[in-house]
Ligand binder design. Structure first.
Ligand code: FAD
Length: 523
């Protein structure tokens, strides 16, 4: 016990004292005779891309971008840094769809996983291998979820847990958690992983699972890139449905809305008697009722929905889906009817769509393409994502949705609010959820887009929301967290902090990986 205390004290005192970092291209990488030299790119355009992300708020310039063509290239790169007298920082970059510089490496090296993806996809798609007998798929950490979907559907199978948007990499979402409307039932994406190959911060290539090298396995899942670079993940598959019944219902009363959401995610019974997906969102008087995440409501109904929103200032929209096969549409209609019995939505405001499985899972893509064509995709995104304990969600509604958001009157983008079950998460993994005893907690996402001149207003609103939570004692956890001080990170991880530290010292003792998260490298 005393030894443990001494070790922990040593670890804590070492954190924050980072080594001296190189500020230009690491000497070893700049030598043309170095075997890795061919993978190094440092032209201004490539450097600029690697110094930006979806958030468009933080810009950190790396010394070089590294395009691996094999997993061995990644091993050699990390080893090179680890064995240098002065190590250089390394960040894997999946799609760079973080919002606060998490995939950046100031003065270090950004590993552009896209390089590996393109090579693997051109080489008989070796990045995605389906094992039909075992009901799993082996996917490269560099792969996009949309490609995993298409690759597994060829075998009539698919993963069960998704994100709303599929143009994200496997390594990127597994470093966070990967949540969506399926999480209440199947857990976040990290709980669908059987096994991984990881390149640790020492440059070791390690295969890990719950049984083998389990510390690394649990550490990496939700580990914000701190312990290793995921080069392969084995993900569970189930038979894929063909079609989806997709329904939206409107509410004016938040407590009725959340009661119905909680009831629906708590239904037990056979596969048929429960939903496959549940989310929720706000419809606000200042914003359009359809947004880039999905355009759903029929044009003919827009006016009457807008009138209702104007009357109530804010409406709550419950979104659910049930999967089925081509031939069982009559059955799914009956099942939906049974599931929705006793719900208390506003009568007459029931909308449904019947779409293919791919169309449903890939529902955000068309909105993205539209925004891209209007030049509105690469704008600043001051996002805020939170997990709120169920016991305080009504306080959150009255203090935030009804007051802060209404008062500031700037939120026009999607605001998501949906519950999930704690027992579908694995506490050994690094991902953080609220500590409260409640079995249910809510994901709340403010997915703002802003102009280059007014993102600070949204940032100020985000800070006001967090301040409100702190003032009234709502013990939230940030999802896709971003903090600047060691104290904030310690608070974020709470009882998991000691384990997180121990894992860092075990797998990345020279603090090389994912410096953009600013957990261990604050300078
Ligand atoms: P990056 O931004 O490139 O990297 C994120 C972090 O992971 C960095 O620290 C990076 O170093 C590390 N990393 C990247 N690849 C690896 C690897 N192979 N091994 C180890 N570490 C690695 N999230 C959800 O959970 N649900 C959603 O529905 C959802 N919707 C989104 C919609 C949009 C439009 C956007 C922009 C984001 C959304 N996200 C969602 C957030 C998203 O999951 C995270 O930002 C995720 O990290 C992005 O993946 P990426 O490949 O772009 O990762």
């Amino acid at each position: 016990f005393i030894l443990l205390i001494i070790t922990i004290t040593r670890l804590i005192s070492t954190v924050g004292k980072t080594e001296q970092w190189k500020s230009s291209l690491p000497i070893e990488l700049s030598k043309p005779n170095n075997i890795l030299f061919k993978n190094v790119i440092n032209d201004p355009k490539t450097i600029e891309i690697a110094s930006s992300d979806y958030g468009n708020l933080v810009h950190e310039f790396p010394a070089a971008v590294f395009r691996p063509t094999t997993v061995n290239d990644i091993v050699s790169l990390v080893k090179l840094s680890f064995n240098s007298s002065v190590p250089f920082r390394i960040a894997a970059r999946g799609q760079g769809h973080s919002t606060c510089g998490q995939a950046m490496a100031r003065d270090g090296v950004v590993v552009d996983m896209k390089g590996l993806r393109e090579i693997n996809n051109n080489n008989n798609n070796v990045g995605i291998k389906v094992f039909k007998e075992g009901n799993y798929v082996d996917v490269g950490g560099e792969q996009l979820w949309i490609d995993v979907l298409y690759g597994t559907l060829e075998y009539g199978l698919a993963p069960v847990s998704w994100t709303d948007y599929l143009y994200l990499t496997v390594g990127g979402t597994l470093s966070n958690a990967g949540i969506s409307g399926q999480t209440f039932r199947y857990g976040p994406q990290i709980t669908s992983v059987h096994q991984m190959d990881v390149v640790t911060g020492k440059g070791e290539f390690v295969t890990c699972s719950k049984q083998k090298n389990s510390e690394l396995f649990h550490g990496v899942l939700g580990g914000l890139g701190q312990f290793g670079i995921i080069t392969r993940a084995r993900i569970a598959l189930e038979p894929a449905p063909k079609r989806v019944k997709w329904v939206r219902l409107l509410y004016s009363d938040f407590s009725i809305f959340t009661k119905d959401q909680e009831r629906l995610i708590s239904m037990k019974g056979s596969k048929n008697s429960s939903l496959d997906y549940l989310e929720g969102m706000l419809l606000m008087h200042q914003g359009p009722i359809n947004n880039w995440r999905s355009s759903f409501f029929p044009l003919a109904d827009h006016q009457r929905i807008i009138s209702l929103v104007t009357q109530h200032r804010v409406l709550y929209c419950l979104e659910i889906a049930k999967y089925y096969d081509d031939q069982s549409e009559i059955n799914v209609n009956k099942e939906i009817q049974v599931l929705l019995q006793g719900l208390n939505h506003i009568p007459g405001f029931y909308y449904e769509k019947n779409v293919s499985f791919v169309e449903f899972l890939n529902r955000v893509r068309s909105g993205e393409l539209k925004l891209q064509s209007q030049g509105l995709w690469d704008v600043p995104h001051p996002w805020l994502n939170l997990f709120i304990p169920k016991s305080r969600i009504l306080d959150f509604n009255s203090g935030v949705f009804k007051k802060i958001i209404y008062k500031r009157n700037i939120t026009t983008g999607p605001v998501l609010v949906y519950p999930m079950n704690r027992n579908k998460w694995d506490n050994k993994m690094s991902a953080r959820i609220p500590d409260e005893e409640d079995e249910i907690f809510y994901a709340v996402g403010f997915l703002h887009s802003s102009g280059f001149d007014n993102w600070k207003e949204f940032d100020a609103q985000n800070r006001e929301i967090l301040q409100f939570c702190n003032d009234v004692g709502i013990k939230y956890k940030l999802y896709l967290p971003h903090y600047r001080t060691q104290e904030d990170w310690t608070n974020h991880f709470g009882p998991k902090w000691t384990t997180f530290l121990q894992r860092k010292f075990q797998f990345d003792p020279r603090m090389i990986l994912s410096p953009g998260q600013r957990i261990f490298n604050n300078n």
